[in-house]
Design a protein around this ligand. Structure first.
Ligand code: PLP
Length: 376
């Protein structure tokens, strides 16, 4: 039995492959002396990802956030245009929009998926709207069909923040094949990682040139610079970690699925706690395990549960809280009156520890602790 005094259970635990496998992969770097600038390991990783993600066009970057900014720039949208997005996401999504000189317009989310409410998008479209940036929150796909319909009707671009959705598929199609561009984060805390890293998958292959220029100073030859680019290249050490981790990602997702099943089984009879269910036809990746705490039914608030679990040495996260529009840097800058669901979810959401190696004793201990918190 697990005791309170045992080592803490953290919200996540980065996956690390057997060290020998990584050593073997990076030995090549000492042979070629090629450390970065789209070397052979980078190229190999790219090909493997293309197959795994089932996407034709793909480009690799130093991290997810940089690739999100580059994606926005690559589309050559009208300067200062409006971009429709949601406030229930990680800081990165809105920061990218603002850093690229666009104006974020916040759309509310659905109460059952926490994703953009597709019924509310059209009301926000004006002649200044240039793009929609929806987020597949917690690995759950947005209503991609409806988003596509709207984008077609108004001739605007769609860039998905797919940071949470590595390996997710809808009816056998890679999640990155929807929209104009999708961004996957390969940060150490994600389901699959390359220490830090980012992927863009894109529909129109001619975008590839822009992406390549934007990530490498716009340099196209020894004496030619064509774009005001920056530096966002994925290096060989990152790509090597990615290649090794790719061998384990299916196993990691399977293990996470088992964790999710155990959680769902243990939580289903606790009143006042809601959790996400699998969607038919979707291959999920179990990136997170968020619960929604209803104070009236559960007895204590989300904040109380979060603090009490700490006393049991269990570290959960209020993710995403506060919502973006309440950040100091964005407060009172944008319209927030129609964000009822985002606020509601932001105040009640709590993500439980989730990683493949979370064992059954720990899961039972977490479930028991949640029940005990409710009693006192
Ligand atoms: C992790 C994350 C990002 C940023 O990715 P990095 O690789 O950490 O730069 C962007 N959006 C969301 C929703 C994320 O969770």
């Amino acid at each position: 039995m697990r005791k309170k005094s045992d080592s803490p259970i953290m919200i996540t635990k980065s996956f690390l492959p057997p060290i020998e496998e990584y050593k073997k992969e990076i030995e090549r770097i000492w042979e070629t002396n090629w450390l970065t600038n789209m070397g052979p390991i980078h190229q190999e990783f790219k090909l493997k990802l293309k197959k795994y993600l089932k996407c034709e066009n793909i480009s690799l970057f130093v991290n997810g956030h940089q690739s999100l900014e580059i994606a926005l720039k690559s589309l050559e949208l009208k300067e200062g245009g409006e971009v429709i997005t949601t406030p229930f996401t990680f800081a990165s999504t809105t920061h990218a929009i603002v850093n690229c000189g666009f104006k974020p317009v916040f759309c509310d989310i659905e109460l059952d998926t926490y994703n953009i409410d597709v019924e509310k998008i059209e009301k926000l479209i004006t002649e200044k709207t240039v793009a929609i940036v929806p987020v597949h929150v917690f690995g759950n796909p947005c209503n991609v069909k409806k988003v596509e319909e709207i984008a077609k009707k108004y001739n605007i671009k769609v860039l998905y923040d797919a940071a949470h959705t590595f390996g997710v598929e809808i009816d056998g199609k890679g999640i990155g094949s929807f929209g104009d561009i999708s961004m996957f984060s390969l940060h150490a805390t994600k389901v699959f990682h390359s220490i830090e890293g980012g992927i863009l998958t894109y529909r129109d292959e001619t975008l590839g040139k822009n992406l390549k220029n934007l990530k490498n100073f716009g340099i196209t030859g020894p004496e030619e610079v064509v774009t005001v680019g920056g530096n966002s290249k994925m290096n060989e050490f990152q790509a090597a970690m990615g290649i090794v981790n790719l061998r384990y990602v299916d196993k990691e997702i399977k293990s996470r699925e088992k964790v999710a099943e155990k959680y769902r089984d243990g939580l289903k009879d606790i009143s006042g706690i809601r959790f996400l269910k699998d969607i038919p036809g979707v291959r999920h990746n179990y990136a997170y395990f968020p619960i929604l705490v209803n104070e009236e039914k559960f007895g204590i608030t989300r904040d109380e549960l979060h603090d009490k679990l700490k006393e049991y040495n269990i570290f959960t996260r209020k993710y995403f809280y506060p919502i973006i529009t309440e950040y100091e840097c964005y407060r009172s800058k944008y319209k927030t009156e129609n964000l009822k669901n985002s606020k509601y979810v932001g105040e009640r959401i709590l993500t439980l520890p989730m990683y493949g190696s979370l064992n059954i004793q720990d899961i039972n201990y977490i479930l028991d602790s949640i029940k005990k918190c409710q009693l006192v």
